[in-house]
Design a binder for this molecule. Structure first.
Ligand SMILES: CC(C)(COP(=O)(O)OP(=O)(O)OC[C@H]1O[C@@H](n2cnc3c(N)ncnc32)[C@H](O)[C@@H]1OP(=O)(O)O)[C@@H](O)C(=O)NCCC(=O)NCCS
Length: 185
């Protein structure tokens, strides 16, 4: 529903959460609320903060976005510094023009520079597979305050991006998240 708008895609930007400023943070939150059609919680927003944002503007408005936050995850028994991707979205009128692809290509380069591994949780695996992300097929867990517990609802929805620093990894092994409230993956 609604018209499709062609974006002036020249303006890909990136900044830390602190550098966004209140106006841009408010605008970004509103864009994510609309793009996820009410399925973007306050926890999801909090999870998207504290790292680096990559976004595309059109006429001064945010039209596509992804965030990368640092997490310590245990992957097949190894503790890795992971660039975890959150809040990937394109505003509805700007979809299917390659904007999220462009954002995620930049995110992939950033992860390759700064982290041992990239990771994300998604129901859109085909979109990320084209960009080099591989499914994590093994069982997932979280180190909850009361101890390690399985997170079977997330099994099959996790994907990883190898970087030059990624050690030999079996994506069929166990993967363990550090604790956070809200969705742990
Ligand atoms: C998933 C999402 C981020 C994709 O954003 P997008 O900017 O439309 O993505 P792109 O345009 O880069 O690619 C999307 C598709 O459009 C296709 N496409 C890209 N440019 C195109 C063009 N010029 N013409 C037609 N199709 C095009 C891509 O091939 C891709 O195809 P696919 O559906 O087979 O993967 C967007 O649909 C969204 O915000 N969804 C709601 C929130 C969400 O689910 N986020 C991801 C959670 S992990």
């Amino acid at each position: 529903v609604g018209t499709t708008q062609a974006a002036n895609v020249s303006s890909l930007r990136s900044a830390s959460s602190d550098a966004l400023g209140p106006r841009l943070q408010r605008e970004l939150r509103a864009m994510l609320d609309a793009a996820y059609a009410g399925d973007f919680s306050s926890d999801d927003w909090r999870h998207a903060l504290g790292g680096t944002h990559v976004w595309i503007e059109n006429d001064g408005r945010v039209v596509a976005h992804a965030a990368v936050v640092r997490r310590r995850l245990e992957c097949t028994g190894r503790r890795l510094s992971v660039g975890y991707v959150e809040a990937v979205a394109t505003a509805v009128p700007y979809r299917r023009q390659g904007l999220a692809t462009r954002v995620m290509q930049h995110v992939g380069a950033l992860i390759a520079e700064q982290f041992d591994l990239g990771l994300l949780s998604t129901g859109e695996s085909g979109f990320y597979a084209r960009l080099g992300w591989e499914p994590w097929t093994g069982p997932s867990f979280v180190d909850a305050p009361g101890g390690r517990v399985a997170t079977p609802d997330d099994d099959g929805g996790l994907m990883m991006l190898r970087t030059p620093r990624t050690p030999a990894l079996d994506p069929g092994g166990a993967i363990v998240a550090d604790w956070r409230s809200g969705d742990v993956w």
